[in-house]
Design a protein around this ligand. Structure first.
Ligand code: FPP
Length: 260
C-alpha cells in the first residue's frame, strides 16, 4: 500500500478491504462523476434542496482527496450544467455560495495533495465573485504536478463540441489550419485538451443518463451507476466503482483478449 493511502482508510475497515482488492496498476486514468441526488437526499429528510447540496460538499471533499491519493490522473466533477440555470434563483445562489466556500476552504488541501484545479465549461457565465475565486484557485494550483481536478461549471457537452467546431472553422479561415480535421485535432479544441479521456463515468442516484456530460470524451468510458445519492457517496463507493471498472472487459469495438 502506498504510504499516503494509509491515512485515508481505517485498518481492518470495509474500506480498507475494498481498497486492498484494487489493482493499483490498472487505475482509471480519468474518473468523471455526475453528482446527482442532492435534492432527493434532502427531501428524504424533509429539508430544503439546498441542505442536500451543502451535504454534497462533504462527498466532494472526500472524493477529491481520495482520488488524488489513489493516483487517479484526472477527476472531473459535474457541478453545474448549462440547464441548471433554469433552477430557482435561491438554489442557484446557494450553489454559487457553496462553490466559493469550497474554494476558499480547500485550496490548502489541494496544495497539500499536489492537485491542479481548473474550471471547465463556461465559468465566465458565473457571478464575478465566483469567477474571482475560481481564478485564485486555478492560479495557486497551476504548477502542481499531481491529479488534475476539473469542475464542470455552466457546462454543456453539445455547446463544448459546437464551440470546438467553430474555433476550428475560425482557425481555418485565418489560414492557421490546412488539411482535414482529425479526431485528435478536434479533441485539442475541447475543454479537456491534453487530458486522457475518462475511463470511468460514475453517476449517483440511479439515473441511467449522460445528461450532456463529456459526450465526446466518454465515447469508450465504462459507466458505473450507483443508487447511492451524492450526499451519501463516500470513499468506499469510489473504491467499489473502481473495482467494477477493473472487472470490465474493455474491447473498444474489437474482440476481448479471451476470445481473440
Ligand atoms: C445534483 O443534484 C447536484 C447538483 C446540481 C449540484 C452539485 C453541486 C455540489 C455538490 C456543490 C458544489 C460542488 C463543488 C465541486 C464544490 P440534484 O439537485 O439534481 O438532485 P435531485 O436529482 O435529487 O433533485
Amino acid at each position: 500500500m502506498k504510504p499516503e493511502l494509509r491515512d485515508i482508510v481505517e485498518p481492518g475497515s470495509e474500506e480498507a478491504e475494498l481498497l486492498a482488492r484494487l489493482d493499483m496498476d490498472r487505475l482509471p486514468r480519468h474518473v468523471a462523476v455526475i453528482m446527482d441526488g442532492n435534492g432527493r437526499w434532502a427531501a428524504q429528510r424533509r429539508r430544503p434542496r439546498v441542505f442536500g447540496h451543502r451535504q454534497g460538499l462533504i462527498s466532494v471533499r472526500e472524493v477529491v482527496e481520495t482520488s488524488a491519493r489513489l493516483g487517479v490522473g484526472v477527476l472531473t466533477l459535474y457541478a453545474f450544467s448549462r440547464e441548471n440555470w433554469k433552477r430557482p434563483p435561491r438554489e442557484i445562489e446557494t450553489l454559487m455560495g457553496l462553490l466559493v466556500e469550497y474554494l476558499r476552504g480547500e485550496v490548502k488541501t489541494l496544495e497539500e495533495n499536489d492537485i491542479r484545479f481548473q474550471a471547465i465549461g463556461r465559468p465566465g457565465d458565473l457571478p464575478l465573485p465566483v469567477q474571482e475565486e475560481l481564478e485564485r484557485a486555478t492560479t495557486s494550483t497551476r504548477d502542481n504536478q499531481g491529479m488534475i481536478f476539473n469542475v464542470a461549471l455552466s457546462y454543456g457537452s453539445r455547446t463544448e463540441i459546437v464551440d470546438a467546431a467553430n474555433r476550428l472553422l475560425a482557425r481555418r479561415e485565418a489560414g492557421e489550419l490546412s488539411g482535414p480535421i482529425t479526431e485528435d485535432s478536434f479533441a485539442d479544441e475541447l475543454y479537456t485538451a491534453g487530458q486522457p479521456d475518462p475511463d470511468l463515468v460514475i453517476r449517483t442516484s440511479g439515473e441511467l443518463r449522460l445528461s450532456n456530460f463529456l459526450l465526446w470524451q466518454a465515447a469508450y468510458a465504462e459507466l458505473h451507476v450507483t443508487p447511492t445519492l451524492w450526499p451519501d457517496f463516500r470513499k468506499r463507493h469510489l473504491f467499489a466503482a473502481i473495482a467494477d471498472f477493473q472487472g470490465r472487459d474493455r474491447r473498444y469495438g474489437g474482440l476481448s483478449e479471451e476470445t481473440s
